[in-house]
Design a protein around this ligand. Structure first.
Ligand SMILES: CC(C)(COP(=O)(O)OP(=O)(O)OC[C@H]1O[C@@H](n2cnc3c(N)ncnc32)[C@H](O)[C@@H]1OP(=O)(O)O)[C@@H](O)C(=O)NCCC(=O)NCCS
Length: 240
């Protein structure tokens, strides 16, 4: 029989503890998980729970789980993406030679992020930020990923990573704009470009997610014709 939670090597290595991850859709799944967690060799269990499964969320709270974020997942058709009439900023594919700047932008934009790692006071925030940096750069070595960067005033200003899930769907994974370039429409330009590329390569849909409190990307997605598809709570349950 398979275990109700999976060991996360990446999280465990990053924080120097044993981390497991799971999803719980109902009360029965939460009961099974908490039973498993109490007897397994783990420090932290990260659980995602659909927002409509209120009884399961309440059981996770009673079991000692702390709410660390609410993930909102948007979906939309690529048919609503049109190239920009203006060419500014320039958005292009990321090259291996951009790696150091990509890392610096990811580090600066994700420091103190809204996500569940930064929201947990028991996790090192610097290690949490490095997780996003690694996630951004690992896309460069992944053949099914696309990494775009924007150039503003002769410098790299932002990035976006996406993955082809199947012939019809691209998932946009990680986006960041360097703090000194934010609120200038750069993210909107990166997002438009990835939607146009997905459309040109025959994808019909794009998927993307962020934290409920992260308003800036949700504004961009709504304007690009995406709509909220589903939402998940993230709980952290510590063994001791
Ligand atoms: C989210 C992020 C990529 C947006 O980049 P950006 O280039 O500043 O975004 P844009 O300039 O295209 O702005 C989009 C909209 O969000 C608004 N916005 C930007 N930053 C905002 C903030 N901190 N709070 C609220 N609204 C904000 C902009 O004003 C704009 O809305 P408007 O047209 O009504 O004025 C950037 O803030 C960032 O890197 N954040 C940290 C990482 C992150 O959250 N990544 C996305 C989740 S994976």
């Amino acid at each position: 029989m398979s275990e109700p939670a999976a060991y996360s090597a990446l999280d465990s290595q990053r924080f120097g503890i044993r981390v497991f991850r799971a999803r719980a859709d109902d009360v029965a799944a939460v009961s099974e998980l908490t039973q498993f967690a109490r007897s397994a060799d783990l420090d932290l269990l990260i659980v995602r729970c659909p927002v409509e499964a209120v009884a399961a969320a309440q059981l996770l709270e009673r079991a000692g789980g702390i709410l660390t974020d609410t993930l909102v997942c948007y979906r939309g058709p690529t048919s609503s993406f049109e190239p920009s009439p203006t060419a500014s900023p320039c958005v292009r594919l990321c090259q291996e030679t951009d790696r150091a700047v990509l890392e610096a932008i990811a580090r600066a934009s994700f420091a103190g992020f809204f996500g569940h790692y930064h929201a947990d006071p028991r996790l090192d925030p610097a290690a949490a930020t490095e997780g996003y940096v690694e996630w951004a750069t690992s896309a460069l070595a992944d053949a099914s990923s696309v990494v775009l960067v924007s150039e503003t005033e002769g410098r790299l200003s932002g990035f976006l990573t996406a993955k082809k899930l199947d012939a019809k769907t691209w998932e946009i994974l990680l986006n960041g704009v360097a703090p000194e370039f934010q609120r200038r429409g750069i993210y909107a330009a990166l997002f438009r470009e990835i939607g146009c590329r997905a459309r040109a390569q025959g994808a019909s849909d794009v998927l993307v997610s962020t934290q409920l409190a992260n308003l800036a990307p949700q504004k961009v997605w709504s304007r690009a014709g995406l709509a909220l598809d589903h939402a998940l709570y993230t709980f952290h349950w510590w063994k001791a």
